[in-house]
Design a protein. Structure first.
Length: 144
């Protein structure tokens, strides 16, 4: 399981609203994470509200940060399931994510080049008539 941050600012149990505010997420996000198994739901006392331990806040921060660097919720679940000492497996997951990011970047660069060409075609002299070069090009099969 993911190691808990000993520098977490709060140790008092939190209501779901307090937890959401502290983590910068919506209450429904917390409920969703509980439904998909990323966050445990504490037991409800006979009278009163569920109280979340400080570890829940640390876990939510982990989830948010992992999403910020591109991990899917499935990836995050895989990471959270690892033992804190299993750095090699965590590294393998991160390397796979990095490969996918590099592939997306290359695809975006290709799209950018193609868009530049389409835009340039619109600027060519005599292209102000009825047939827009960009619109015509988008209707033709792609050249690879």
């Amino acid at each position: 399981m993911y190691a808990i941050d000993p520098t977490a600012k709060t140790s008092a149990p939190l209501t779901i609203g307090q937890l959401a505010k502290a983590a910068g997420v919506n209450v429904e996000t917390i409920r969703y994470y509980q439904r998909i198994g990323l966050l445990a739901e504490p037991p409800r006392p006979a009278q009163g509200y569920r109280r979340y331990p400080a570890t829940a806040l640390t876990r939510l921060r982990f989830i948010k940060r992992a999403q910020e660097v591109g991990f899917s919720l499935q990836d995050i679940g895989d990471l959270l399931a690892l033992d804190a000492a299993d750095c090699h497996q965590a590294q393998a997951i991160a390397e796979q994510k990095n490969r996918l990011v590099r592939q997306r970047i290359e695809k975006l660069r290709s799209i950018e080049r193609e868009l530049r060409q389409l835009i340039a075609a619109c600027r060519e002299p005599g292209m102000d008539g009825e047939d827009c070069a960009l619109m015509s090009a988008l209707g033709r099969p792609r050249r690879d």
